[in-house]
Design a protein around this ligand. Structure first.
Ligand code: SF4
Length: 375
């Protein structure tokens, strides 16, 4: 017999660590608002008050060339692609995107979420040159760049060890690492949805090495494809375990699989599968907040869930609204277009109308003061 809800509540309120069995009970708890209220208690303990943070930033998808063929991805084009849709942005095009971001921002620190495919033509030197030039030209732009998947491939392609690759990228200006590529940290699920991607252990190893070098990262979870609740639970426990070891994760960001235009979406739809609901998202967010007692921030994924669910998630343990995402190509390639509707002003309005004060932050969650006049 597991603990009752009252026992679970008491454990959370006393700040005790929850067990895997507690996690199972949380996922099965029928009263969603009750779960949200408990997650909100933890959020208030970690971040007292009514502030929700955000970062001003943009996505730059520097290449869509990728050989990995994840079945949930509608963004990539194969290296052999002849459709004319495969691209690698020249440095000048990347600089122009940064200048567009700086022009709308008003001068504060901004985040560049630079991610792309696994492009066999791009070795470590390409990134070193690009990163150092970005840092030289735009000192207020922080490079939150390259998923664990990309970093591991750059190392392989460049015939370097993982620590040496990370150290070179860091020396060139890499500031922190987005948690993308984690998908579901279960080798069974990975074998089904992304058989050529790195294993669970390899993803964790990139993060471990990065944290060891002082690079902070976020962690993500893409749920709602072929995964079970137990897979989600194990994913959370793996993140918690590594965080105990390194303390390098800044934030956790769960989102649900976006099926449109993807081979996996077609396959699952043919088998009668249904897309994860808003309720499922809120439950996953709340359980994440409760189980990940050592990860400081929980970020809303309004890009995938929409602005309204994003707002509601602020009452389910979320304390951060993420990036303004001036440009987003990966999720929108899978048919989800919430970024089109979001401006900086709109993000601040959504936070305010949910009952919170919006506060700008850096990628590493330092407060940015004073707020720019145009925010
Ligand atoms: S998710 Fe990333 S690694 Fe997988 S196919 Fe798309 S671009 Fe490539």
């Amino acid at each position: 017999m597991g603990a009752s809800w009252t026992d679970l509540e008491a454990k959370v309120l006393a700040g005790e660590r929850l067990s895997p069995d507690d996690g199972r009970r949380l996922f099965a708890h029928p009263n969603l608002p009750e779960l949200g209220a408990l997650a909100d208690e933890v959020r208030q303990r970690l971040h007292p008050g009514r502030t929700v943070t955000y970062v001003v930033g943009r996505n730059i998808n520097y290449t869509n060339v990728c050989w990995v063929q994840c079945s949930f991805c509608a963004f990539y084009r194969l290296p052999s692609d002849t459709s004319g849709e495969a691209y690698t942005l020249p440095a000048e095009a990347i600089f122009q995107k940064i200048e567009e971001l700086l022009a709308v921002d008003g001068g504060g620190p901004v985040e560049l979420l630079l991610q792309g495919g696994l492009n066999p033509k791009l070795r470590v030197e390409w990134y070193e040159e690009l990163f150092s030039e970005i840092r030289r030209r735009y000192p207020t732009a922080w490079l939150h760049a390259l998923s664990a998947t990309e970093i591991q491939y750059i190392a392989k392609l460049s015939k370097l060890s993982l620590p040496a690759t990370l150290a070179r990228l860091q020396a060139a200006g890499l500031g922190s690492i987005p948690g993308a590529g984690a998908e579901m940290l279960s080798d069974n699920v990975r074998a089904e949805i992304a058989p050529f991607k790195e294993t669970t252990a390899q993803w964790l190893e990139v993060m471990r090495e990065a944290h060891r070098l002082g690079l902070r990262s976020s962690a993500t979870m893409m749920y709602g494809s072929t995964d079970s609740t137990e897979d989600r639970l194990q994913h959370l426990l793996r993140i918690r375990e590594l965080q105990d070891e390194t303390g390098g994760f800044t934030a956790f960001i769960p989102w649900s699989f976006q099926p449109a235009g993807t081979p996996l979406g077609e396959r699952l739809a043919a088998a009668g599968w249904q897309q994860a609901s808003g309720f499922d998202y809120l439950r996953t967010v709340a359980v994440s907040r409760l189980l990940l007692d050592n990860v400081p921030h929980l970020q809303a994924s309004w890009v995938t869930q929409g602005q309204k669910i994003g707002q509601i998630s602020l009452h389910y343990g979320v304390d951060d609204f993420g990036s303004t995402m001036l440009e987003e190509n990966v999720v929108s390639a899978a048919g989800t277009h919430h970024t089109d509707e979001m401006t900086l002003g709109e993000m601040r309005r959504l936070i305010a109308s949910a009952g919170y004060t919006a506060r700008r932050r850096t990628t590493l969650y330092a407060a940015v003061e004073p707020l720019p006049a145009n925010a």
